[in-house]
Design a protein around this ligand. Structure first.
Ligand SMILES: NC(=O)c1ccc[n+]([C@@H]2O[C@H](COP(=O)([O-])OP(=O)(O)OC[C@H]3O[C@@H](n4cnc5c(N)ncnc54)[C@H](O)[C@@H]3O)[C@@H](O)[C@H]2O)c1
Length: 354
């Protein structure tokens, strides 16, 4: 059987992570790559030995009608443009998170996928860990009871990546759209994807990107430079109310005066609780005593493993018609929530979602 011919759109940090993953997916071949930055393009194409390399997506799509799929790993502001071009050229698309720069663009992407009858998968990579699968299984079987409260944190003390991440015209926002998107989506996914009905959000721009701090950053953009613009929030917090009456409290930061960076999610149900910290733990009761259970999953939220599983799933969906675990509609719902939180932070009161 012929391998799925995939084109990488973007040759930066996360494209490198995706490319590592494709090495382990036997049914796909990385057929081509494009990037508007010639230095990045050459560096990545050389590293992964990709011969067909292009300065932009248009020339690549025009030259290679035999492509089957595009893997979009560019700045957030270009997700929609690149994905729609690839979908209109008849390709299946995996697009990195957040789905788009805003809800309108996300809806246009979803429509393009529908019109062309192609897969549009969103890179909600946290969904692909074994811990996530086990936690979802427990929740679906009712072990936690009714989950009425959840808390999600993705907070960095000194972790504004710089480069385009701090430039709202290219990113669409700061830690909320970059980090919060992961944990909000994850909580919603585990809870069975309830619709959000209202949000109350607040964002702060107090510490900026802490250019004065000499200690190493948690994550640094490949395009980071000394005089990078920083006009995004450095902390976002929100309360999200879902249609089932449950509430999610979220915190996401690039810069914050805390002791340690944290990435954890807590689910509080009527029968038991669960936390992914990132390993999965359950908090319940046995024979009148409070008990904690820790699970031994095969993989935890290890970066390489979860990306490998995500890419494997993308190719499996294309080849075998497997139902997509992170479809476009979930990306659209996330953009609605993120945009509403930013709107609430701007206007200072609760925002209702229709
Ligand atoms: N899933 C995750 O955990 C995760 C982690 C990091 C980044 N990301 C996402 O991946 C995307 C890329 O982030 P990154 O860290 O790799 O950034 P990066 O700056 O390292 O790479 C982005 C690349 O895209 C290129 N580019 C921008 N617009 C383009 C266009 N129109 N056509 C072709 N190339 C274009 C840039 O030149 C750059 O080389 C972002 O959307 C980000 O949110 C996801």
């Amino acid at each position: 059987m012929e391998k799925v011919k995939v084109a990488l759109v973007g040759a930066g940090n996360i494209a490198n992570q995706h490319l590592e993953s494709y090495k382990n997916v036997a049914d796909a071949e990385v057929y081509a790559i494009c990037d508007i930055d010639p230095v990045r393009l050459k560096m990545t194409a050389d590293k992964f030995d990709i011969e067909r390399r292009y300065p932009d997506i248009d020339s690549m799509l025009k030259d290679l009608p035999e492509l089957d799929a595009a893997d979009v790993c560019v700045w957030n502001c270009s997700h929609a443009e690149c994905s729609i071009k690839a979908l209109n050229a008849g390709l299946h698309v995996l697009c990195e998170k957040p789905m788009a720069y805003n809800t309108e663009q996300a809806v246009q992407m979803q429509e393009a996928a529908k019109k062309n009858n192609k897969l549009l998968m969103i890179g909600f990579v946290l969904r692909f860990s074994d811990d996530a699968k086990i936690a979802k299984d427990f929740i679906d079987q009712g072990y936690l009871g009714d989950i009425y409260y959840a808390k999600a944190q993705y907070i960095r003390r000194h972790g504004n990546p710089g480069g385009w991440f701090g430039d709202s015209s290219r990113s669409g926002g700061g830690p909320l759209i970059d980090l919060g998107v992961h944990v909000i989506d994850f909580v919603r996914y585990l809870k069975g994807k309830p619709k959000a009905v209202s949000v109350y959000g607040a964002t702060f721009q107090k510490l900026y990107d802490r250019k004065n701090i000499r200690s190493q950053k948690a994550y640094r953009s490949s395009g980071a430079a000394e005089h990078d613009i920083c006009d995004v929030e450095d902390l976002a917090t929100a309360l999200i109310r879902f249609e089932d009456g449950s509430v999610l409290s979220v915190e996401a930061s690039f810069s914050l005066n805390i002791k340690n960076d944290e990435g954890k999610m807590i689910f509080c149900g009527t029968k038991a609780g669960a936390a992914l910290n990132p390993e999965l733990e359950l908090y319940g009761e046995l024979d009148g005593y409070m008990t904690d259970i820790s699970l031994k999953a095969e993989t935890t939220m290890n970066f390489s493993d979860i990306f490998r599983q995500e890419i494997f799933h993308f190719v499996d969906c294309i080849e075998n018609g497997t139902e997509c675990l992170s479809p476009a509609e979930d990306g659209v719902e996330m953009m609605r929530i993120l945009n509403a939180i930013y709107e609430s932070a701007r206007c200072g009161h609760e925002v209702l979602l229709k």
